[in-house]
Structures are given as C-alpha cells and as structure tokens.
Design a protein around this ligand. Sequence first.
Ligand code: NAD
Ligand code: MLT
Length: 528
Amino acid sequence: MAFRVLITDPLSEEGIKPLRNEPSVDIDVATELSGEELKTKIADADALLVRSQTKVTREIINQAKQLKIIGRAGVGVDNIDLDAATERGIIVVNAPNGNTNSAAEHTMAMLMSLSRRIPQAYQSLKNQQWERKKYVGVELKNKTLGIVGLGRIGAEVAHRAKGQRMKVIAYDPFLTEEKAENLGIDYGSFEEVIQKADFITVHTPLLKETKHLINADAFNMMKPGIHIVNCARGGIIEENALYDAIISKKVAGAALDVFEEEPFYDHKLLDLPEVIATPHLGASTVEAQENVAIDVSEDVISFLAKGSVKNPVNLPSVSSEALGKIEPYFNLAEKLGIFLSYLSNDVAEKINIYYSGDLSGVEIAPITRNTIKGLLTRHLGTHVNDVNAFYLADKKGITIHENKTSKARGFTNLLTVEVETKSGTRSVSGTLLNGLGPRIVEIDDYSVDVTPKGHIVVIHHKDQPGVIGKMGNLLAQHDVNIATMQVDRSDVGGNAIMMLTVDKYLENKEKEALIRLEEIRDVTAVDL
Ligand code: NAD
Ligand code: MLT
C-alpha cells in the first residue's frame, strides 16, 4: 500500500515534485484545515509536511495512528511539539539551509527600509503628500550593527552588512573571539553587543532562553535612537516593552517580520509610525520555497524507503563518513540488546556498553541507540525506534554508561553490553568478523561463537558426563532439531554453558521439560 503524505501548509509545487514522482507515495494537499479536520486527516497519514502555519501540537500528534515523519519546510520547529513527536517515535526533519539566503536578504531589506523610512515615505506619497523634510533617514555606513545569534542567517547578514560598510559586533554562545576575527567582525557579550550597537538584528531560534531576550532591561541598556530588526521569531523581542521603548523615544524605529501571535489582523505596534512590518515573509521567495520543499520531500522519501534522513531535528545527525564506519555495527548492537533482554529477566537499572578495539575510535552514540532499541523492544514493543530509544530508557529509569578501551582481547573490534539489575549483572559480547558478519563471542564469562540470528537456546548446566545426550534426546522427543551446538565450562565438573541453535522457537513446555533434568540450572530461549 502507498504511503500517505499529508501536506497542510502551502508548499512550492515545484519543490514537492520529488514526492509527486514517487510511485510509493499518495499526496493529500489540504491547507486551511480546522483543528478538528486536521485530527481526522492525521489519523492515517504516514508523513506530515508543514510550514509554520500548522500547529502540530501533542493533541494532534496523539491522533496519528501511523505517522512516521513530520517535515518542516523551513528552519524553525517551534510550531511542532518535539517532545510529543519524540515520545511517539516520530522523526521530525526540517530544511535548515534552503531559506538562509532569502531570510538574510529580507533582513537587509528591512534594515535599509528602516534607516531610510521607505515604507512610510511611500505611504505618504500614496496619500498625495510630498514630505521631503519629514523623511530624512540615517546612513548605515560606519554605524555599528549588533547581531544577536550568529548562526546561518546571522552570519550571512554580517557579510552583507560589511558590504554596506557597517561595523559588526555579534554575540552567540558558540562564537569565540578567534572565529569573530576570522569573519572580520567584533565579538561581544550580549550586553556589550546591545550597548554598542546603533542597529540591532536578532537571529536566534525562539527558545526558553531567548523568549523576551530583548525586554525592558535590554532596551534600557541600548543607545537612545536605536533601530531594531526582528526577522527571526516573534517573542524574542517582548512586544509590550518595544511599544513602551518606542513611545519613550528610546527606540527610533523597529522592523518586524515576525510576531508573538501569528497571524494577526490588528496590532498596536502597527499604529506606531516608527514601526515597519511584513507578514512573516523572510523565506517567501520562489527560490527559498522551492529549496525547502525539495529538501523535506527528499528526506520524507528517503525515510520511508530506507529509514535515513539528512536533516533530523529530534535525532542527532551523523556525517556520511562517520556513518560508513559505524552502520555495519547497528545490526550487531541491536541483536546484542535483544539477546540480553532474554538473558536478564529482571528490571534493568543500569546498562554499561564497552567499545573496544576499532570501536574505541568511532562515533558511538548511534551504536548505543541501536543497543538500547534492541534491549527495550522485547518488552515495550515495536514502537521503540531510533528516535525514542533514549527517551524510553530514561523514562524507565535506566542509566546508560558508555566506555571506550583500545584493548579488545584478541578481537579487532568488540562490543560488550552489560545489564545491571537488582539480582546481578549479565553480559554479552559480540564482534564483526571481516567478511563473515556479526558473531556473539561471549556470554557472561563463557566463550562462544554464534551468529546472532534465528532461534538460540542458552542452557546453564552442570559439567558432567551424559548431560548433552539427555538434553539431545529430550529435544528430539519434542521434535526440536538442533542445528548447531557449543559448550564451554568454568572448570571441570563445575558450571557450564550450552549454546544451541534450533529450527524453531522453544515453547514453554519444552523449556520446562529441559529444566526438569537435574543437571540443568536454567534455560533461556532467544528469538533473534
Ligand atoms: P541557526 O540555528 O543557524 O542559528 C541560530 C543561532 O542562534 C545559533 O548559532 C545559536 O547558537 C544562536 N543562539 C541560540 N541562543 C542564543 C542566545 N541566547 N543568544 C545569542 N545567540 C543564540 O538558525 P538560522 O537558520 O540562522 O535561523 C535563525 C532564526 O531565523 C530562527 O529563529 C529561524 O526560525 C528564523 N527564520 C525566520 C525566517 C523568516 O521567514 N522570517 C526564515 C528563516 C529562518
Ligand atoms: C523558518 O523558520 O524557516 C521561517 O519561519 C520560514 C517560514 O516557514 O516561512
């Protein structure tokens, strides 16, 4: 059956061509939906594509029965409840690069319109006024532009502002003096930037930390006659404080593309002649809309077909070079996790993962994620995936410890997973053999060599003559065929382990029959 892709905000027709050309996808474009209509439509969607208009709330996400991916054609994902998506194992992707240029150009357009009061002068002319004295502007040249948030767009704005011969000073938690020097701009703290600037432009995401970052206190620190631009997100500037600062003449002008509530049709800031505004048009160019729609369409197709994406928001991205090195271990890691979930029946409290040999030099978080996914799947079901594995482990109170060591006890690579429970610690180790694929090579302290695949039976028994024969006979009586078998022991006549691969999953009655043999201590049937 085809995947259903629901598109609820207007997206570039050219940009969604990759989806339209994909035979495995059915597209449903339904913009202007009411909340109730969206709840009905989302129920059987596999993918949802939005811009910023659709509010993808927890309530909406909870109505989805088979939603796998939400694509945001743009940067900001503040209209999507990321926690709710992560909890449900729904991946969220965005298009972080496609509209950078347009947003930077819009910021410059706003800055220049603001300094020369072009929209006001145009409006006056339309009203048949010729007011040359009233609309005297200020130059940008030699003025200081303070940039708060020097990410993709902030950095592009810095380049362009230098082209206008402005001095640029920026604050960003990831900006260092050295980086600033390389960019030919000054570095400052947030306070320094807003105190030194003649013009301020904000380019941060809207986060808890950036909400009302520009508030009454910040306005108090600024130079009188400051001009301020917000083409990032409504709410970074506190609108009431801005209103007061304009009335008090502290702020000479403000250019706003974004607002705390959107859309709106009447806003007190727009009553002020010092304010110029556009209705969230930063990314509204033919080029940007095409770029972002192509980016999310391609990620949706790739995710539905192969499970991989380029621009995940609720899953850290891995470079293709790093992925090439670690992807072969994903299956081994997941199988070791599943194996351990059978071996240890008690509630897991702590999981230790040891990366040895070649594995000590690679990016391990995605391998850990696959291990945890395997460990949790047996008890929590197939909804455990790469997106929610860490979240679900945390919710179950399981702590995860990763360790790296270059010593791999004779193997070129060794992955050991240990689970600590109230009743003790169980562990399993595996390796990837060059050309031969994954192997389980150790269970607790016993050496084994088993391909992690199919039906495996782990039997702990007493090392004494006849026990293997008895076990074989008993399984034969139950019509269980043994495909492979290995034995290891701690000491002669002491504890021992048998690893069988069998042709069918061992039912309870067969396990119980085995455990009734006096030499057998316990039996674990594993289904990989
Ligand atoms: P980005 O992630 O590349 O950059 C954001 C930067 O803000 C990062 O470098 C980050 O370190 C910095 N930052 C975070 N908290 C900060 C703080 N407290 N103080 C200073 N800096 C802080 O994002 P981007 O692509 O450059 O987008 C920037 C903003 O523009 C986002 O809010 C995005 O949603 C918005 N945007 C708006 C439009 C539009 O149509 N108006 C278009 C595209 C993007
Ligand atoms: C964004 O975050 O990318 C912008 O708000 C652009 C948009 O969706 O219009």
